[in-house]
Design a protein around this ligand. Sequence first.
Ligand code: SF4
Length: 186
Amino acid sequence: MDMEKIEEEIRKCRKCNLWKSRKNAVPGEGNYSADLMVVGEAPGKKEDEMGRPFVGKAGQILNEIFEENGIKREDIYITNVVKCRPPKNRNPLYDEIKACFPYLEKQIELIKPKLILTLGNFGAKVIMELYGFKAYSITKMHGKIFDSPLHQIKILPTFHPAACIYNPLLKEKLYNDIKKLRDFLK
Ligand code: SF4
């Protein structure tokens, strides 16, 4: 199955209850052969309205930091662990993550990224466990590059940009973590 078909399937998906409250599922977007894949948590209000990932305030912060580090959105693939917005932006539930996970797994399989940047606790937990790493809280894991030679992949967990909107200190940490991608992308 190719990526366009997966994205189409996600747009019609009803595998968990989140389809009932969503306006649009948000499959992800970007370069299908990207070296860098970004995995967030779940779509927010703006993303739900537009059916596109990271287009709200958190997305603006991310774009700003990417731009400062020479990373172009069109060169990367960006998606979330859960493809539909949880009501009132609550955390995704275990069953929702489980139901949605095969889509993310398939997306990774097709893109074959060299590095996955995870944003926030849920993104980090799902991706770290997928590659056999033990996941700790994001405050302990952020900014470290975890290397899995077996899967030929590296993982860099960092904070979710939504958490940085009113927290300049956290934003600085997010910036410093993403800065580490500069050398990788050279
Ligand atoms: S969150 Fe995932 S599993 Fe649930 S309805 Fe949306 S696409 Fe389907």
